[in-house]
Design a protein around this ligand. Structure first.
Ligand SMILES: C[S@@+](CC[C@H](N)C(=O)[O-])C[C@H]1O[C@@H](n2cnc3c(N)ncnc32)[C@H](O)[C@@H]1O
Length: 233
């Protein structure tokens, strides 16, 4: 549930960007033909196993993330990757810590303020819209969250409009059915490519933290009514 009071608090702190209403309704896009996982609290995700596996370092290297870039952490949750990306990107870079849960973002915003991280922007999105400005992002990561997106075709379509030329999108997930909090790799490829992206790499991450698929953005986005949905689990 999204709490307006928390939005206001974040807004007053000058940290929050709210997704603008979009002229295309989510209903213009196909709905996924498979279960959507329930949103789980992201507090599981700060565990030492991820550090031991160097999950963030593996993502940074595979996506060629460098100081000065603009990186969107879509579904940032408690900010496991946001906090580490902030250090990698440095003073001329920016991390857009994006989520649809204002209460998660309020906690992350407090942690960002406590650590005095000047290059993190908090972005409150909608299930079908990341809420990012046009052509503002060099790299986007979606880590252990794709299976929770209620409108994946709409969200990926709108995300494409926020990517700069040469941008890349990296998705981490587990190879299991969506109702078990993963996304089978073939289903992910089908859904994301249905929106016009092209998968350019996929491999298992070391340390058992999931697989990592990298996509290049569509050269031209299909019209929403041209998108053919995929069947899967
Ligand atoms: C399991 S947590 C993962 C958090 C973080 N990416 C990590 O790896 O630690 C999934 C997050 O995705 C968010 N989420 C679910 N659907 C979303 C959507 N359509 N757009 C943005 N975030 C979403 C949830 O609110 C939750 O914070």
């Amino acid at each position: 549930m999204i709490h307006r009071k928390q939005f206001q608090g974040l807004r007053l702190a000058g940290l929050v960007v709210l997704a603008a209403a979009h002229p295309l309704a989510a209903s213009a896009f196909p709905s996924p033909d498979r279960p959507i996982a329930e949103i789980v609290s992201p507090t599981w995700s700060s565990g030492p196993d991820r550090d031991k596996a160097d999950e963030n370092g593996q993502i940074v290297r595979a996506l060629g993330i460098r100081p000065g870039m603009a990186v969107a952490d879509i579904g940032a949750g408690s900010g496991y990757h946001t906090l580490r990306l902030s250090a990698v990107l440095g003073p001329r870079g920016v991390v857009y810590a994006q989520d649809i849960k204002a209460d998660y973002l309020a906690d992350l915003s407090a942690e960002v303020a406590r650590r005095k991280l000047a290059n993190v922007r908090i972005v409150v999105g909608a299930p079908d819209d990341p809420g990012l400005a046009a052509r503002s992002v060099d790299r986007a990561i979606l880590v252990h969250m794709y299976h929770e997106i209620v409108q994946p075709y709409a969200l990926m379509w709108r995300l494409a409009g926020s990517l700069k030329p040469g941008a890349r999108v990296g998705i981490v997930d587990l190879d299991r059915p969506t109702h078990r909090h993963g996304t089978p790799p073939a289903l992910l490829k089908c859904e994301v490519e249905a929106v016009g992206y092209r998968q350019v790499a996929r491999r298992q991450l070391a340390g058992g933290v999931g697989y990592f698929a990298i996509f290049e953005p569509p050269k031209q986005r299909p019209r929403p009514d041209q998108i053919k949905g995929c069947a899967g689990r």
